[in-house]
Design a protein around this ligand. Structure first.
Ligand code: SAM
Length: 280
């Protein structure tokens, strides 16, 4: 018996259902249920919340989320081999786990979820950043989620929480920090997973802000930041030349020196510049 429920240990689940890890699906499983519960606790108070989980695999994190009191978990898994294992979890937590077999990039989970909604996942690395960017750039703000608790390669996690002046600072940091609080809450060595990946990992917790930290038009901010960081070694007056006419004047009006480089500009600075560009 495992520590958190009456289901078999994850090693046994994997052996029973022959879930040998597939690299093509980014499968690095968490087998320690104490650890999956710890990650679930980082997602905040789950009582009264629906949780969207992407890539439940053999169900370690799923069980953590359910044991920590999630009202319901909706789990989207691409690997059909995992579905029978997840059905056993669903039976143990009657009425609280719904599993959809499919690609998280294609399935729209919203019709199955009731707010408040938290997202928690040990993401497949090949789709993790794309999903994060989608969740951070919805049509409407506030988004459907109140928090995201996500496993990333450490290097990606560092890009999400990066501050100006650091090498990791770029589009992902701006995108994440403009409308959310983002912090790394757990660091994990490769050995925490089976099989161990080549790199270390980290869990990032993001909480959606009610309003953006600084006003700006999303499309304009996105255009400015993309152009600035595409040529991050260039001075902004050069990298942003094609974005709007009179770029030097606009940079100055936004309080940014035209000779600065993208990585020196704060989020507040980029938002001010987006507002200056929007004026025309
Ligand atoms: N959550 C499990 C855990 O922590 O042990 C498994 C994590 S493993 C890193 C990623 C999981 O995502 C695998 O189960 C994989 O099959 C699944 N997956 C990969 N690509 C997917 C996709 N596009 N949509 C949904 N699930 C996907």
């Amino acid at each position: 018996m495992s520590a958190i429920d009456n289901l078999p240990p994850l090693r046994e689940v994997i052996a029973t259902h022959e879930l040998n890890a597939r690299k093509s699906l980014g499968q690095n499983f968490l087998l320690d249920l104490n650890l999956t519960s710890k990650i679930a606790r980082q997602a905040g108070d789950l009582t009264g919340c629906d949780v969207l989980e992407i890539g439940p695999g053999p169900g370690g994190l799923t069980r953590g989320l359910l044991a920590e009191g999630a009202r319901r978990v909706l789990a989207i898994e691409k690997d059909s081999r995992c579905i029978p294992a997840l059905a056993e979890v669903a039976a143990a937590y009657a009425g609280r786990l719904q599993v959809i077999e499919g690609d998280a990039l294609e399935v729209d989970p919203l019709e199955h979820l009731t707010p408040p909604i938290r997202v928690a996942a040990n993401l497949p690395y090949n789709v993790g950043t794309e999903l994060l960017v989608r969740w951070l750039t919805p049509q409407q703000w506030p988004p459907f989620w109140t928090s995201l608790t996500l496993m990333f390669q450490k290097e990606v996690a560092e890009r999400i929480v990066a501050t100006p002046g650091s090498k990791a600072y770029g589009r992902l940091a701006i995108l994440a920090q403009w409308r959310a609080d983002a912090r790394i809450v757990i660091n994990l060595p490769p050995e925490a997973f089976s099989p161990p990946p080549k790199v270390s990992s980290a869990v990032v917790h993001l909480t959606a802000l009610e309003e953006p930290r600084f006003p700006a038009e999303p499309a304009v901010l996105s255009r400015v930041v993309a152009a600035a960081f595409n040529q991050r070694r260039k001075m902004l007056r050069a990298s942003l030349k094609g974005v709007a006419p009179d770029i030097e004047d606009r940079l100055l009006a936004a309080g940014i020196k035209p000779t600065e480089r993208a990585e020196q500009v704060t989020l507040e600075g980029f938002c001010a510049l987006a507002r200056e560009i929007k004026k025309t």
